[in-house]
Design a binder for this molecule. Structure first.
Ligand SMILES: *Cc1c(COP(=O)(O)O)cnc(C)c1O
Length: 390
């Protein structure tokens, strides 16, 4: 059996895969098992922030793997402490809790929000308002947090205590707030929901309501974080400060990590045995994340992300068949004539690894992509759109 046949026989069919088996990669280029070359503007859904197999990143994780590959959270770890210090220093937040994925980081934020409110106001004040069209993960609780009806199926009963408000509709948020509300959770750019960039006024007003009422502001930066939008974290575009922030996808540079960060007033909410995970703070993963932050967290690198994003947007808007572009930094949604899934499959056949969000094409290229590589990607998209018209 080849890779595809084995996959179909032995792996549960939770993903509809494109017809490609990837074997290796370097930078923005990937190769499949037949040696065919692809330009990758998907980064494994925003994960490979430095592209495939960045030399410094590979060195950092292999050195750590040869020193100590795992230890339990009952011991101190330099890689984890260094990473925590970096994250707190860079964000002005106070403490972190490590996990292994975006969904877990959000679970952690939800637990902290509820415990803070429990300790201070009692068990009844436990509701969290999220936004329609959001995406917060696939666990039973983070599915409940996700404000899309399509995700609230099959796995009943879902976790109680979530309400959904319209994005960019402050009145709807206000109407959902009552004495039970403990937190408001949002992505400032809704990724899976179609690269919807929230209004600055809206986010600032929500932050103010939160601050005035001791309601916690949870910002899910799982997809938007770590340089993706041209700032280290996307909420910096909005001049707001979250009480809780979650980070995952791009942070590990390709290894699984999820982090929940909290501000000063929450830093002692969690105590021993209120939360944990065996693999969290793994030293190899943290070594990779330390390398990613050391590379990305500086003005020069982040300014280039925005510059390349603007360049890409300009090129995309020149294409026939592109109706509009939703973009912040290198987080890009492309509205096209036609079915996005169908076009994405054809782009992939033509050597461009691209993804979708709702009925948009979506690009989350490695942040190290060059303008030449962006042009190559746009050329393949142009060719594919033309072929599709004939
Ligand atoms: C991907 C994503 C998640 C879930 O992360 P996993 O690592 O897949 O659990 C949560 N929130 C947002 C905004 C995401 O984009």
């Amino acid at each position: 059996m080849n890779t595809k046949e084995k996959d179909l026989k032995y792996i549960m069919h939770t993903y509809g895969r494109y017809d490609v088996a990837l074997k290796s990669g370097k930078g923005v280029t990937a190769f499949d098992e037949d040696g065919k070359r692809y330009i990758d503007v998907s980064s494994g859904i925003g994960v490979n922030s430095l592209g495939y197999c960045d030399d410094g990143w590979v060195k950092a994780i292999t050195e750590q793997a040869s020193a100590i590959q795992h230890m339990s959270n009952y011991f101190y770890s330099k890689q984890a402490s260094d990473l925590a210090e970096k994250l707190c220093t860079l964000t002005g937040l106070a403490k972190v809790c490590f996990g292994n994925s975006g969904a877990e980081a959000n679970e952690c934020a939800i637990k902290i929000a509820r415990k803070y409110s429990f300790d201070k106001y009692g068990a009844e004040r436990n509701e969290i308002i999220t936004l329609k069209n959001s995406f917060h993960g696939r666990t039973v609780t983070t599915l409940a947090a996700t404000g899309q009806e399509v995700f609230h199926n099959f796995f009943f009963p879902f976790t109680k205590g979530f309400k959904y408000a319209e994005p960019n509709d402050l009145d709807d948020v206000k109407n959902n707030i009552d004495e039970k509300t403990c937190a408001i959770m949002l992505e400032v750019v809704q990724g899976e929901g179609g690269v919807n960039i929230l209004d600055k006024d809206f986010v600032q007003s929500v932050a103010k309501i939160c601050a005035d009422n001791d309601i916690l502001l949870i910002i899910d930066e799982v997809q938007t974080g770590v340089g993706r939008t041209g700032k280290l974290f996307a909420h910096e575009h909005y001049d707001v400060k979250p009480d809780l922030m979650t980070v995952a996808k791009g942070l590990g540079g390709g290894l699984p990590i999820g982090v929940c960060l909290c501000g000063e007033k929450l830093k002692d909410v969690m105590s021993p045995s209120t939360h944990g995970t065996t693999f969290g703070a793994n030293p190899v993963v943290c070594a990779g994340a330390n390398y990613v932050l050391d590379t990305i967290a500086n003005e020069e690198f982040l300014n280039k992300v925005e510059e390349k994003g603007a360049f890409l947007e300009e090129k995309l808007l020149e294409l026939e068949g592109v109706k509009s572009v939703h973009r912040l930094g290198l987080m890009v949604g492309i509205e096209i004539d036609g079915d996005a899934h169908d076009i994405a499959a054809k782009c992939i056949q033509n050597g461009l690894l691209i993804i979708t969000a709702k009925n948009l094409l979506r690009m989350l290229p490695p942040l190290i992509i060059t303008k030449d590589e962006l042009c190559e990607a746009v050329n393949i998209l142009e060719k594919t759109l033309k072929e599709n018209e004939q």
